[in-house]
Design a protein around this ligand. Structure first.
Ligand SMILES: [Zn+2]
Length: 281
């Protein structure tokens, strides 16, 4: 996709409606990388499209760490630590394409639609994010246009031109959230289409290396299944979201071990579907 498209005024208008002042481009855009999407193994031809929405903690310099302390801006509120490493191993093991976002979810959370207030949060767990507070409509629209839309388009373009058997998104979660410890180690999440999750949970029960839960520690009621509902459900594509507790993937060895286990579970699950598995609808 040509990068000029990212700066098109019609894109902003689509997101915001007609009454937004588009006369000035926010200064931070000058510090945004030209391409915010990374694609690995684009033509690999394996069975999956892997997606990592929260791969990176990069905040463009022009946003000044969004007013956070440096340590806060590096913490799990900015990204999913370890998730991209696991996804990269899985991409190799499954010879499958991996599309990831290079910008922190604090700038725009690519697992949320532009209509969601949580796409650009001014509170995350115990942190206040000053640079996201009281954002005007034009500023929100610019974030969506320049961070979310190219990512959404990359996934759509890939799925329009390739035929993976399943869409698999890879995330990590923090072991202690709001002071509460989480026992689940790997969450298998789904929205209304649970086929892939069901098959993976069955395979995991026969290969119980980790404490696995369904729609745990999050579920669709938390609004975390946007990528699945936006891209997989309308296409009848098998889909699942994986959440890995981040203390399990803190070292290169552990990242490899979790990826190897997930790869086995995914392969077992895919074997239970006919090669052309589509939704009945
Ligand atoms: Zn995530």
């Amino acid at each position: 996709m040509p990068s000029e498209t990212y700066y098109s005024i019609t894109d902003i208008a689509i997101v915001t409606g007609p009454n937004v002042n588009l006369a000035t481009k926010p200064d931070w855009l000058a510090t945004l990388p030209r391409n915010v999407v990374q694609t690995l193994r684009e033509a690999a031809g394996g069975p999956l499209l892997l997606v990592c929405e929260h791969a990176a903690r990069f905040i463009p310099e022009g946003l000044g760490n969004l007013g956070l302390e440096a340590a806060e801006a590096r913490s799990h509120i900015a990204w999913d630590p370890g998730a991209m490493r696991v996804a990269t191993h899985l991409s190799a093991l499954q010879n499958s394409t991996l599309i990831s976002q290079k910008i922190s979810r604090l700038v725009y959370d690519c697992n949320r639609p532009p209509t969601s207030p949580q796409a650009i949060r001014d509170e995350s767990e115990i942190y206040h994010i000053p640079g996201n507070a009281n954002l005007g409509e034009a500023d929100r629209a610019a974030r969506a246009t320049h961070v979310y839309q190219p990512f959404r388009q990359a996934l759509a373009d890939h799925l329009d031109h390739h035929a993976p058997r399943a869409l698999v998104t890879i995330h990590s979660f923090t072991p202690v959230y709001n002071g509460e410890s989480r026992a689940v180690e790997i969450g298998i999440l789904h929205d209304s289409d649970s086929r892939m999750a069901d098959a993976m949970l069955k395979a995991a029960s026969q290969n119980p290396a980790y404490k696995v839960g369904r729609n745990d520690p999050y579920g669709p009621e938390d609004g975390v299944t946007h990528t699945l509902t936006e891209h997989a459900l309308p296409r009848g594509l098998l889909n699942v979201m994986i959440e890995i507790r981040n203390d399990l993937i803190a070292t290169p060895e552990a990242q490899q071990a979790v990826a190897a286990w997930l790869s086995e579970i995914i392969t077992s699950a895919l074997k239970t579907f006919p090669v052309e598995a589509k939704c009945p609808e």
